[in-house]
Design a binder for this molecule. Structure first.
Ligand SMILES: [Zn+2]
Length: 217
């Protein structure tokens, strides 16, 4: 049972799969930087999706549907845990849902926010990181596809990261981790090459970038 402890924050009981000890997990379904200035940090570190057992310290990863809103950066990113939630979020962001206070808040934010819907925590974390770095996620997804193709790697779950200096695309091929790096200059080259063709998108994924590149080859 999820128990509401404040708006959008719930406490839920989790059983540790290692020692069977029960503990409480706090789940926040709306992470707003206005309420929690560290929201982005907690998403990127995975803290908000991790349950640490108080008995044996085992860490369990928990996925759930949530929203991230940063009013000062004008950013709204959704994390949909299931296909049903994904579809609901699309309707919510298209202003077709007006049942809850959150539906109404989302349709207000949509007016001036860059808005994205991601399919699960991994894509969600990647999207928050890219926007925190002030980068255009559409360009990053395009860079990802180009780098993967150049390296001959087919990994639909490759993700973006940074080592502080370079940008890195981490992919798996034959169970091996492969890091493909690119720098700010290469990023800027892609911006100049594609910025005129870029359109607003709600779902900015690797498959979106593939379609985009096919259309604008
Ligand atoms: Zn435990």
């Amino acid at each position: 049972m999820n128990k509401k402890i404040q708006p959008y924050t719930y406490s839920t009981e989790i059983r540790c799969p290692h020692c069977m000890h029960k503990g409480k997990f706090r789940m926040t379904t709306l992470m707003d930087t206005h309420e929690d200035p560290d929201a982005a940090k907690k998403i990127m570190s995975g803290d908000c999706f991790s349950f640490t057992c108080s008995h044996c310290n085992a860490v369990q990863f928990l996925s759930y549907t949530c929203l991230y809103h940063d009013g000062s950066r004008k950013l709204l990113i959704g994390c949909a845990d299931t296909q049903k939630d994904f579809e609901r979020m699309v309707q919510q962001m298209n202003g077709e849902k007006t049942e809850t206070k959150l539906d109404l808040a989302v349709s207000e934010w949509m007016k001036d926010c860059t808005s994205r819907i991601t399919a699960g925590p991994a894509e969600f974390q990647e999207s928050v990181l890219i926007h925190e770095l002030g980068l255009d996620d559409r360009i990053i997804q395009i860079a990802k596809v180009l780098l993967l193709d150049e390296a001959g790697i087919d990994d639909p779950d490759a993700y973006f990261n940074t080592d502080g200096e370079n940008y890195v695309i981490t992919a798996y091929s034959d169970n091996q981790e492969i890091n493909l790096s690119f720098d700010m200059k290469e990023y800027d080259m892609l911006v100049s090459a594609y910025h005129e063709q870029l359109e607003e998108v709600l779902v900015c994924s690797q498959s979106w970038a593939r379609e985009f590149l096919e259309k604008h080859a």
